[in-house]
Design a protein around this ligand. Sequence first.
Ligand SMILES: C/C(=C\COP(=O)(O)OP(=O)(O)O)CCC[C@H](C)CCC[C@H](C)CCCC(C)C
Ligand SMILES: O=C(O)C1=CC(=O)c2ccccc2C1=O
Length: 298
Amino acid sequence: MASPSESIDRSRLWWAAIKLPMYSVAVMPIWLGTAVAIAETGKVHWWSFGLFLTAAVLILVWLNLSNDVFDAETGIDRHKYHSVVNLTGKKELIFWLSNVCLLLGLLGIVAISWLQQDATVLGLVLLCCALGYSYQGPPFRLGYLGLGEPICFICFGPLAIAAAYYSQVQTFSPSIWPVAILNGLTTTLILFCSHFHQVADDLAAGKRSPVVRLGTARSAQLVYGACGLFYGVLLASVAWEILPWPTLLALSSLPWAIYLCQRMAQFHSVPEQIKNSKFIAVQLHFWSSLLLGVGYLL
Ligand SMILES: C/C(=C\COP(=O)(O)OP(=O)(O)O)CCC[C@H](C)CCC[C@H](C)CCCC(C)C
Ligand SMILES: O=C(O)C1=CC(=O)c2ccccc2C1=O
């Protein structure tokens, strides 16, 4: 029988494996695309909203479970004790569980397309899933070449937000671009920050993440650049009246950006100190995207 301290350690590992806060990356594009649609039409299709939210969460479960399966195959996760595959020792089972989540998620999207009698949303989400697979699955494993960040930006920015907007109004509009760029930027920052503490394991497994390529010091400067770009795009879009002025509420996320930049600058090469930095980036993403949407609705 496991001792009390062993079971506390195990529940900590399971909590780290589930990564609950990370699921805001699935929720926010749907929230933002829907908020822009409501601001423009004054209407909301609750069925589409609910189905899309549920589907996006299921697709993210697939992405994360299958990531653990594929990373177990390359050996890159051998020190990742909170990998679901390492915790259960059941790679096959996790693989099939991940596929069931993908299937259920896609069924939700099929239901939206059926309600709309239009396959556009399904096409956009299938493209996201194909790109998500190419990030981690064989034979592509584009993340190992350092291509995860552009893929992440395209999927969680323009593609997901266009799909969410289309699921409400059944048309496209250039008005989604600022929120697509802003949400894409902060989601990509999460992925970028997740690489800092993994440099040694990534190098050993031949994964050339952007942080491996640039080195941790220059990568930490890039975090400042990305945050500067985020607030620059926000201010410029409001100044040019592309975004409504209440979206300036998103400036309230600034303390998280400052905290993230300072922590990365100070500890970029100390894995133990920055292993949770991606969750600081998650806070920045959550508050900025939530408040951008609120700003649209005010
Ligand atoms: C699984 C992801 C990152 C984990 O990467 P890594 O292997 O370095 O981390 P571990 O240390 O935890 O093993 C995220 C990858 C994101 C990917 C580039 C793009 C995914 C696109 C999604 C399918 C889009 C879903 C959109 C939805 C809202 C409809
Ligand atoms: O586990 C992770 O590091 C990430 C999981 C995930 O689903 C995600 C989604 C979008 C951007 C980054 C990330 C991760 O970093």
